[in-house]
Design a protein around this ligand. Structure first.
Ligand SMILES: Nc1ncnc2c1ncn2[C@@H]1O[C@H](COP(=O)(O)OP(=O)(O)OP(=O)(O)O)[C@@H](O)[C@H]1O
Length: 338
């Protein structure tokens, strides 16, 4: 791959200052990630951005920054506004209100067009020409971006399809096409990478390779935004998760922040080797079977409940079940519906 161009010398996005909290429209507050330093320039900055189609607010007053080396997952149901946000950052569409900055320029300004070669984009639906070979496809995209083609063979190798470089794309499997599409997004080692549903159609091995590539790009300082429905899968790869609903940003924070904020119960289950007398079941516990008890408690109530569990006669096992990402995500969305 070619060397990464220099980062912009000054910040053009708003400084991250005193208030580390995101306030949602229903008054809920989520602490934002503390990982990103206030001094880093934000390669992407959205300020109160709205995009309207007819009477539909596809994106409604959304603000956030993406920092160098940061990977942010953009989650939300169908129609939440994820792809529209990505198109706004790419400068493919214009915001009706607010401002979208990428690499120091308003994305609708003529100067932004010069910067687009430093932005990698993997669209949700990948349309590759079936009669071109893999290496020809990359050469085509490199030319569009005004980049040299000398590193393209190495790039195909990086995404694991070097052996198919000279085969026509029409004969590629779905996973191979997705890998090739990822390779075109990586051309020129982008400083911003926008990935729309990137793991759709990838098998487990391809996913692992994809995560490995994400890590590598982050370590080179790329700012990555990836949209997903599969929060349980991709959320754990991200430094931060932004949850969208009906065009609005309803949560923004690390997974830990979101988990704490959702306040979902932790479940503790114990197995006993004796039939327990119901009169000795501690407060807050319920009997699942004569040998199994369960307690649902808050994070704060976890340790006291575990202490209770240890006093139970005939204890042979304790299982702890934290709320899953999908459960937390569903809870955040439900909460906003109220
Ligand atoms: N060009 C357009 N013309 C009219 N409405 C549009 C257009 N693009 C998007 N919308 C509407 O804006 C809303 C947000 O769409 P968007 O594609 O951003 O959602 P999404 O979160 O990416 O959904 P999905 O997960 O299904 O891809 C939807 O209601 C959609 O119908």
């Amino acid at each position: 791959m070619s060397a990464r161009p220099d980062m912009p010398s000054r910040s053009t996005g708003p400084e991250i200052t005193g208030d580390p909290f995101t306030h949602t429209q229903t008054g809920h507050v989520v602490r934002t990630s503390s990982r990103t330093p206030a001094s880093s320039p934000a390669p992407v900055s959205l300020q109160a951005v709205t995009k309207i189609y007819g009477d539909q607010r596809a994106v409604d007053g959304v603000s956030f920054d993406l920092h160098p080396g940061e990977c942010v997952a953009l989650a939300g149901h169908n129609g939440a506004g994820k792809s529209t946000l990505i198109k706004l950052i790419l400068g493919l569409i214009r915001a009706d209100e607010g401002r979208v900055m990428a690499l120091g320029h308003d994305t609708c300004s003529p100067a932004a067009a010069q910067q687009r070669r430093h932005i990698g984009y993997l669209p949700e639906t990948v349309a590759l020409h079936p009669s071109l070979t893999g290496i020809e496809t990359l050469a085509f995209y490199a030319k569009l971006k005004g980049l040299p083609t000398k590193d393209n063979a190495a790039l195909l190798s990086r995404v694991g399809i070097a052996q198919a470089a000279k085969r026509r794309v029409g004969g590629y499997s779905k996973g191979m096409r997705q890998r090739l599409a990822l390779a075109q997004a990586l051309l020129g080692q982008p400083r911003i990478l926008l990935l729309d549903e990137p793991t759709t159609g990838l098998d487990p091995a391809s996913r692992l390779l994809f995560y490995e590539i994400l890590d590598e790009l982050r370590s080179h300082g790329a700012a990555i935004l990836l949209s997903t429905h599969a929060l349980a899968e991709l959320g754990s790869q991200a430094d931060r998760v932004i949850v969208m609903q009906s065009g609005r940003k309803i949560a923004d924070g690390s997974l830990g922040d979101l988990r704490r904020q959702a306040g979902l119960p932790v479940r503790i289950r114990v197995t006993l080797d004796t039939d327990l007398d119901p009169s000795v079941i501690p407060n807050g516990w319920r009997r699942l079977t004569p040998h199994r008890l369960e307690c649902s408690c808050s994070e704060a109530g976890k340790l006291p409940a575990l202490r209770d569990a240890q006093t139970l006669p005939g204890l042979i096992d304790i299982e702890l079940e934290a709320p899953g990402l999908d459960e937390m995500y569903a809870h955040l969305l439900r909460r906003e519906d109220v």
